[in-house]
Ligand binder design. Structure first.
Ligand code: URA
Length: 212
């Protein structure tokens, strides 16, 4: 598994504002959206393209277009939804599948409660949106789900990651030969006893959508 921490002053600036406890929900949503677009730019560096020609007003030139079938974007409900618009802004032809997963707060294990995905993902490039890579349980389950359906490769885009989550992903997929990448704005220090990322930004779902 490859991990990419996107090192860019705009990413760091937006992430700092997201961390700030005084940032209200509307501002948090807007900043998360902007940050995802910046991360998506890096995350799609290996997106498959096909050579084409294009008629400019002057000549025929060489260019590329995204290879079909289009990539699949999979936000993990609920908090991943806050990353969807930022992702599809730069990948408008992507299809979107949904995976509802919730972390059992006592066991910290992931449970799937909803799926809306193509049965066959053979040859598909998949982008999973999950803002907080904490224990890694949810993301590992989501990535396994996509590979079980035949995904060609999976890139996870996370606003923040904890070392424990990266290690869990590494251990889960080590030796499988599966092409997996995690793209994140920062690798934080640790998880606390409640499974929150420290310094982190709190509960991403609550900060996006309120405590419901
Ligand atoms: N999920 C969150 O929303 N925040 C964390 O810090 C960890 C998991």
């Amino acid at each position: 598994m490859k991990t990419l921490v996107v090192d860019h002053p705009l990413v760091a600036h937006k992430l700092t504002a997201l961390r700030d406890v005084r940032t209200d929900s509307p501002t948090f949503r807007r900043l998360a959206d902007e940050l995802v677009t910046l991360l998506a730019y890096e995350a799609t560096r290996d997106v498959r393209v096909t050579d084409v020609t294009v008629e400019t007003p002057l000549v025929t030139a060489r260019g590329v277009r995204l290879t079909r079938p289009a990539p699949l974007v999979v936000p993990i409900l609920r908090a991943g939804l806050g990353m969807l618009d930022g992702m599809t802004r730069i990948l408008p032809t992507a299809e979107v599948g949904f995976l509802g997963m919730i972390r059992d707060e006592s066991t910290l294990k992931a449970q799937t409660y909803a799926t809306r995905l193509p049965e066959d993902l053979s040859g598909r490039q998949c982008y999973v949106l999950d803002p907080m890579l904490a224990t890694g349980g949810t993301l590992a389950a989501a990535v396994r789900f996509l590979f079980d359906r035949g995904a060609q490769d999976v890139t996870a885009i996370c606003l923040l990651a904890a070392p424990e989550g990266i290690a869990h992903m590494d251990e889960t997929f080590r030796g499988t030969g599966k092409p997996i990448r995690v793209v994140t704005a920062a690798l934080d220090e640790r998880l606390n006893e409640q499974g929150y990322i420290v310094p982190g930004l709190g509960d991403a779902g609550d900060r996006l959508y309120g405590v419901v």
